[in-house]
Design a protein around this ligand. Sequence first.
Ligand SMILES: *[C@@H]1O[C@H](CO)[C@@H](O)[C@H](O)[C@H]1NC(C)=O
Ligand SMILES: *[C@@H]1O[C@H](CO)[C@@H](O)[C@H](O)[C@H]1NC(C)=O
Ligand SMILES: *[C@@H]1O[C@H](CO)[C@@H](O)[C@H](O)[C@H]1NC(C)=O
Ligand SMILES: *[C@@H]1O[C@H](CO)[C@@H](O)[C@H](O)[C@H]1NC(C)=O
Ligand SMILES: *[C@@H]1O[C@H](CO)[C@@H](O)[C@H](O)[C@H]1NC(C)=O
Ligand SMILES: *[C@@H]1O[C@H](CO)[C@@H](O)[C@H](O)[C@H]1NC(C)=O
Length: 357
Amino acid sequence: MLRSTLVIGVILSLTQLKMAQSQSAPKVLVYTATAGYRHDSIPTAIQVLGDNAQKYGVEFTFSEDKSLFTNESLSGFDGVMFVSNSDEVLDDSGQAALQQFFQSGGVYTGVHAASACLFNDENYQQAVGALFDYHPPIQDATFTRVNSTHPATANVPDRWSFQEEVYYFRSNPRDNGAVLLLSVDETSYVNNGTSTGNYPSMGDPHPIAWYIDAPLSAQPLAQGAQKAGRSFYTSLGHLNSTWQDETFIDHVMAGLKWALDGASTKAYGAGLVGNGSGNGTSASSSSAAASGPAGATSSGSGMNGASATSSSTTSATSGSASGGSSAGQRTAHMSTRAAGIGAGLVGGLILGATMIV
Ligand SMILES: *[C@@H]1O[C@H](CO)[C@@H](O)[C@H](O)[C@H]1NC(C)=O
Ligand SMILES: *[C@@H]1O[C@H](CO)[C@@H](O)[C@H](O)[C@H]1NC(C)=O
Ligand SMILES: *[C@@H]1O[C@H](CO)[C@@H](O)[C@H](O)[C@H]1NC(C)=O
Ligand SMILES: *[C@@H]1O[C@H](CO)[C@@H](O)[C@H](O)[C@H]1NC(C)=O
Ligand SMILES: *[C@@H]1O[C@H](CO)[C@@H](O)[C@H](O)[C@H]1NC(C)=O
Ligand SMILES: *[C@@H]1O[C@H](CO)[C@@H](O)[C@H](O)[C@H]1NC(C)=O
């Protein structure tokens, strides 16, 4: 009796494991490295993003390790999210790998000072849309919604006021294909800042947040890639209090989801997001370690080594356990998965025990 109960328990937990794998979420590398100014809201951003991963159905890996920017490591992700970076946070080989990632359909999302890094990387500039020039001192400002249907701004008020740094840019993001989502009421704050150079106009109305559907950073597309991954950028997000604001969190997460959901992206191609009509033969197949079923299998085998601590990368994974991992994040993935399997076994045994009664 006990033996058959155990068998049932194991079968149930294996079923549970299989379900967890098929529900794998798109994987996003959140990169918060800084080489100059460091925002003290970075830990808050990491915490808040992690807390919201499951709600929005994404899986985050947080890292400041530039050695993750290789063809192979990046191919395990559907998107990268740059948050409050500064200056030269990638070397030449990292920049080349990021370009290859974009050309394979990888998604870009940038928040706040993500526009204030990699000033000499033209490809990065095409992904983010425009580079940061300056901001007047932080003060109350009123941001204005110019697109009420895009997911990133669908839940933002028409006039949205809070303490923020109003960013000015070195170029017009529309020249890189950007479509404006948020602007700012320039009478709502005092601009006594000074431009750092003699730059072209950033365009009117004043750009604050935008999206790019097929960024130039993805050109030319890698062999096998169907379309370019999307890009989303918001200059908001300086203060802890902003990161803790539900409206802002939805702005960022919905912007990221929109980028991942494009029928053009690696995640969509692997059937991880969108309406499920992606068939896995699109962009992701051009990468060495594509996400999706193959990834799920490889991290399934990884669970055997769950107790090994082989990674020196400081990264943490939040959200549902899912397949696919690359060298730098194995430990985090494995422990999440091991915890899931443990829970499955316990769940199965409890169910089995209930059946005896
Ligand atoms: C923001 O939060 C971080 C911890 O997440 C804290 O270290 C920092 O001091 C906070 N900043 C301010 C201005 O309160
Ligand atoms: C990365 O991938 C691109 C495109 O396949 C290739 O040209 C490049 O040599 C690769 N870089 C490395 C370091 O392998
Ligand atoms: C708003 O965004 C949607 C994409 O979600 C786009 O189709 C539409 O053209 C945009 N509207 C304006 C006014 O830019
Ligand atoms: C800009 O205005 C702020 C607040 O009024 C003030 O603290 C700051 O010194 C001014 N900066 C310059 C460059 O004038
Ligand atoms: C689902 O995908 C198909 C094929 O790309 C598309 O025709 C359809 O409009 C999509 N439906 C929704 C609800 O997005
Ligand atoms: C999968 O997508 C590719 C590229 O869009 C297409 O050529 C192929 O016919 C699709 N296969 C199925 C089974 O839908």
